[in-house]
Design a protein around this ligand. Structure first.
Ligand code: AMP
Length: 113
Protein backbone atom coordinates (compact mmCIF):
# COMPACT_ATOMS: atom_id res chain seq x y z
CA UNK A 1 0.00 0.00 0.00
CA UNK A 2 1.44 3.32 -1.07
CA UNK A 3 2.27 5.81 1.66
CA UNK A 4 1.89 3.26 4.45
CA UNK A 5 4.92 3.47 6.73
CA UNK A 6 4.52 -0.12 7.95
CA UNK A 7 4.29 -1.43 4.36
CA UNK A 8 7.52 0.46 3.68
CA UNK A 9 9.14 -1.12 6.75
CA UNK A 10 7.93 -4.57 5.61
CA UNK A 11 9.35 -3.90 2.14
CA UNK A 12 12.69 -2.85 3.70
CA UNK A 13 12.37 0.68 2.29
CA UNK A 14 12.48 2.13 5.82
CA UNK A 15 14.82 0.58 8.40
CA UNK A 16 13.50 -1.03 11.56
CA UNK A 17 14.89 -2.80 14.57
CA UNK A 18 13.60 -6.29 13.74
CA UNK A 19 12.84 -8.83 16.43
CA UNK A 20 11.14 -11.54 14.36
CA UNK A 21 10.07 -12.07 10.77
CA UNK A 22 8.38 -14.80 8.77
CA UNK A 23 6.26 -14.87 5.61
CA UNK A 24 3.18 -13.60 7.44
CA UNK A 25 4.38 -11.07 10.02
CA UNK A 26 7.10 -8.69 11.08
CA UNK A 27 7.87 -7.76 14.68
CA UNK A 28 10.06 -4.73 15.34
CA UNK A 29 10.81 -2.33 18.18
CA UNK A 30 8.62 0.75 18.45
CA UNK A 31 10.53 3.93 17.61
CA UNK A 32 8.92 5.73 20.57
CA UNK A 33 8.77 3.07 23.30
CA UNK A 34 6.09 3.41 25.98
CA UNK A 35 7.62 0.67 28.16
CA UNK A 36 11.05 -0.87 28.65
CA UNK A 37 10.11 -3.38 25.98
CA UNK A 38 7.75 -2.10 23.28
CA UNK A 39 7.44 -3.96 19.99
CA UNK A 40 4.91 -3.94 17.19
CA UNK A 41 3.66 -7.15 15.60
CA UNK A 42 2.51 -6.31 12.08
CA UNK A 43 0.77 -8.69 9.67
CA UNK A 44 2.38 -8.29 6.25
CA UNK A 45 -0.97 -7.90 4.49
CA UNK A 46 -2.17 -4.29 4.54
CA UNK A 47 -5.47 -3.48 6.24
CA UNK A 48 -6.16 -0.55 8.48
CA UNK A 49 -8.45 -1.88 11.20
CA UNK A 50 -10.19 -5.03 12.38
CA UNK A 51 -13.38 -3.89 10.66
CA UNK A 52 -11.57 -3.90 7.29
CA UNK A 53 -10.09 -7.35 7.83
CA UNK A 54 -11.07 -10.18 5.47
CA UNK A 55 -11.03 -13.88 6.39
CA UNK A 56 -7.51 -14.47 5.07
CA UNK A 57 -6.24 -11.51 7.06
CA UNK A 58 -8.05 -12.79 10.16
CA UNK A 59 -6.00 -15.97 9.78
CA UNK A 60 -2.85 -13.82 9.77
CA UNK A 61 -3.91 -12.10 12.99
CA UNK A 62 -4.56 -15.54 14.49
CA UNK A 63 -1.03 -16.55 13.48
CA UNK A 64 0.36 -13.37 15.05
CA UNK A 65 -1.45 -14.08 18.33
CA UNK A 66 -0.24 -17.68 18.30
CA UNK A 67 3.36 -16.58 17.72
CA UNK A 68 3.48 -13.72 20.24
CA UNK A 69 4.05 -15.91 23.36
CA UNK A 70 7.17 -17.36 21.72
CA UNK A 71 8.43 -13.90 20.75
CA UNK A 72 7.62 -12.56 24.23
CA UNK A 73 9.66 -15.36 25.77
CA UNK A 74 12.59 -14.46 23.51
CA UNK A 75 12.22 -10.84 24.60
CA UNK A 76 12.51 -11.98 28.22
CA UNK A 77 8.94 -11.06 29.17
CA UNK A 78 8.60 -13.96 31.60
CA UNK A 79 6.66 -11.83 34.11
CA UNK A 80 3.97 -10.99 31.57
CA UNK A 81 3.19 -8.37 28.98
CA UNK A 82 0.31 -6.34 27.58
CA UNK A 83 -1.08 -6.45 24.04
CA UNK A 84 -2.88 -3.43 22.61
CA UNK A 85 -4.59 -2.91 19.24
CA UNK A 86 -5.63 0.71 18.76
CA UNK A 87 -8.65 1.06 16.49
CA UNK A 88 -9.44 4.45 15.00
CA UNK A 89 -9.36 8.03 16.19
CA UNK A 90 -10.69 7.63 19.73
CA UNK A 91 -8.08 4.96 20.42
CA UNK A 92 -5.35 7.24 19.14
CA UNK A 93 -4.45 5.05 16.17
CA UNK A 94 -1.79 6.88 14.17
CA UNK A 95 -0.64 4.22 11.71
CA UNK A 96 -3.48 2.75 9.68
CA UNK A 97 -1.98 -0.67 9.09
CA UNK A 98 -3.19 -3.08 11.75
CA UNK A 99 -0.57 -3.76 14.41
CA UNK A 100 -0.41 -5.31 17.85
CA UNK A 101 1.60 -3.45 20.48
CA UNK A 102 3.60 -5.76 22.78
CA UNK A 103 4.49 -3.93 25.99
CA UNK A 104 6.44 -5.24 28.95
CA UNK A 105 9.77 -5.51 30.68
CA UNK A 106 8.42 -3.65 33.71
CA UNK A 107 5.37 -3.49 36.01
CA UNK A 108 2.75 -1.88 33.75
CA UNK A 109 0.32 -1.29 36.60
CA UNK A 110 -3.40 -1.90 36.55
CA UNK A 111 -4.45 1.23 34.65
CA UNK A 112 -5.65 0.92 31.08
CA UNK A 113 -6.86 -2.56 31.77
P1 AMP B 1 -0.80 3.44 16.96
O1 AMP B 1 -0.94 4.72 17.74
O2 AMP B 1 -1.45 2.27 17.63
O3 AMP B 1 -1.21 3.61 15.52
O4 AMP B 1 0.75 3.11 17.00
C1 AMP B 1 1.66 3.40 15.99
C2 AMP B 1 3.02 3.15 16.60
O5 AMP B 1 3.97 3.11 15.54
C3 AMP B 1 3.50 4.24 17.57
O6 AMP B 1 3.74 3.65 18.85
C4 AMP B 1 4.76 4.77 16.91
O7 AMP B 1 5.76 5.11 17.85
C5 AMP B 1 5.17 3.61 16.03
N1 AMP B 1 5.98 3.97 14.88
C6 AMP B 1 5.73 4.92 13.96
N2 AMP B 1 6.71 4.94 13.03
C7 AMP B 1 7.58 3.97 13.37
C8 AMP B 1 8.81 3.50 12.81
N3 AMP B 1 9.32 4.03 11.69
N4 AMP B 1 9.46 2.49 13.43
C9 AMP B 1 8.95 1.95 14.56
N5 AMP B 1 7.80 2.35 15.14
C10 AMP B 1 7.13 3.36 14.55
Amino acid sequence: MENCIFCKIIAGEIPSNKVYEDEDMLVFRDINPQAKVHCLCVPKSHFATLSEMNEKQAELVKKCLAKIPEIAAELGLSNGYRLIINQGKDAGQTVFHLHIHILGGQDLGEKLI
